[in-house]
Design a protein around this ligand. Structure first.
Ligand SMILES: Nc1nc2c(ncn2[C@@H]2O[C@H](COP(=O)(O)OP(=O)(O)OP(=O)(O)O)[C@@H](O)[C@H]2O)c(=O)[nH]1
Ligand SMILES: [Mg+2]
Length: 426
């Protein structure tokens, strides 16, 4: 519980209103009342605003009562202890939202978007989360599902009447529609990198030899002196993080301890070795790795695949013609391009403004892949002239996956995973 001006105790369930009324000593409804919340013993606790919303017209779809007290952990703890003493129980993380989903007030996509709104680390991530909270992705999923079901009906309709085969023109339309649906699901699945990056931000690690200028680059990129810079090699002994926003995307920059050449007498000491070890874990999970090189030949023997950007530092001292992006922490040269290249390596579309829906969670991505694969299998089955039953089976699976995307027919386990990431009270 952080410190805030106002603190809210929210109750949901059949007993919610009764408990709140007992605490307030008065009947409650939708109109806001001001009064003293009292302990079970009758002592005044805090002057609060109180109101109640009856099922189903509430966030959770159940009876809900709210007590808006003054902020402050001690004050709120006393209020909370009182409602608990009167029979309430502390909510599980995300339990309010989970109940809202179970009571049909919110689909799972909106619940996930709600989490995105709460945790938005940048304006752009907030906008994306708000678009999904507004039902953007849900609308797209519902439309794809209903189109899939239409094609399925078309094909199933013929199974029972083998003589009544699809005409050439009808078959062409059906094929075209399945291909189109598969293409759209593929596009949405691919949008995950963008959606995830915008929603959750990206991490970018700066690696390279000692003294290459990594810490200077980090400071220049965040525009303040976060990391210590010195002419002596091995200045950064631990890794360090700085958060900034590029193109509306939250970026966590990680500065690491520089790599030694490995020559005799150039081994890291114990502290530095431990720092390197810790940093390596962060590098391994970084979305983009920037390898900083000031001209000395350097190679840490690792391959970072396609998430690597080679940067030549200290370009103000002159270049060596290597094929790397030239930057200078002193003049600021190349920094804007570095940001752009990093953002695009992370899979973020350069321009915003596309009102398209994006999948933003692993769950959504996984389900979208299943839908796409089933549709692709349906396309293949049509092309190779398999019987209609096979095509129908794949289409049914695709429709089921699209329904799951919105949270229809998902199991407890999936719900547990989604809501575990929520904070208590939401
Ligand atoms: N001229 C010039 N000097 C730079 C630039 N960037 C860094 N330096 C100098 O290079 C030296 C090392 O810089 P750091 O940023 O500490 O390098 P580092 O890679 O973090 O080094 P370690 O933490 O020791 O691994 C310092 O003396 C910096 O002033 C640059 O763009 N131009
Ligand atoms: Mg450093």
């Amino acid at each position: 519980m952080g410190v805030g001006g106002v603190g809210i105790v929210r109750l949901s369930g059949p007993q919610a209103v009764t408990i709140a009324e007992a605490v307030m000593g008065t009947a409650l409804d939708r109109s806001v009342r001001v009064g003293w919340a009292r302990s079970v013993e009758g002592d005044r606790l805090d002057q609060v605003l109180a109101f109640a919303m009856r099922a189903p017209a509430s966030f959770t779809g159940e009876d809900v009562a709210e007590l808006h007290g003054h902020g402050g952990p001690q004050n709120l703890a006393a209020l909370l202890a009182t409602v608990v003493a009167r029979g309430a129980r502390i909510a599980e993380p995300g339990e309010f939202t989970r109940r809202a989903v179970l009571n049909g007030k919110l689909d799972l996509l909106r619940a996930e978007a709600l989490l995105g709104v709460i945790h938005a680390g940048s304006e752009r991530s907030l906008r994306l989360a708000q678009a999904n909270l507004g039902g953007k992705l849900g609308e797209v999923a519902a439309e794809l599902e209903s189109r899939t079901l239409s094609v399925l009906a078309e094909i199933e309709g013929r199974i029972d009447f083998p003589d009544d085969d699809l005409g050439i023109e009808e078959a062409r339309i059906v094929d075209h529609e399945i291909v189109e649906l598969a293409r759209r699901c593929d596009e949405l699945a691919h949008g995950f990198r963008h959606g995830r990056a915008v929603q959750h931000g990206i991490t970018v690690a700066l690696v390279g030899a000692v003294n290459a200028g990594k810490s200077s680059l980090l400071n220049a990129l965040v525009g303040s002196e976060r990391a210590i810079v010195a002419a002596s090699p091995g200045t950064t002994r631990d890794y360090l993080e700085a958060v900034t926003v590029w193109n509306g995307v939250a970026v966590t920059l990680i500065d690491t301890a520089g790599m030694r050449s490995g020559a005799a007498g150039d081994a890291p000491d114990e502290v530095e070795a431990r720092g390197i070890e810790l940093g390596e874990k962060r590098v391994a999970s970084a979305d983009v790795v920037v390898v900083v090189n000031d001209g000395e030949p350097w190679n840490d023997g690792r391959r970072y695949g396609d998430r690597v950007l080679l940067v030549r530092s200290k370009a103000d001292l002159g270049g060596d013609g290597r094929p790397a992006l030239a930057t200078s922490a002193v003049t600021g040269a190349g920094l804007d391009e570095l940001k752009q290249r990093v953002i695009s390596l992370a899979g973020v579309a350069a321009r915003e403004g596309s009102e398209d829906a994006f999948v933003t969670t692993e769950r959504q991505h996984g389900v979208m892949i299943s839908a796409r694969d089933a549709l692709a299998a349906a396309v293949a089955a049509r092309t190779t002239g398999r019987v209609a039953e096979v095509v129908a089976l794949e289409l049914r699976q695709a429709a089921a996956a699209l329904a799951q995307l919105r949270g229809n027919e998902v199991g407890e386990r999936v719900l547990d995973e989604v809501f575990a990431r929520f904070c208590i009270g939401k």
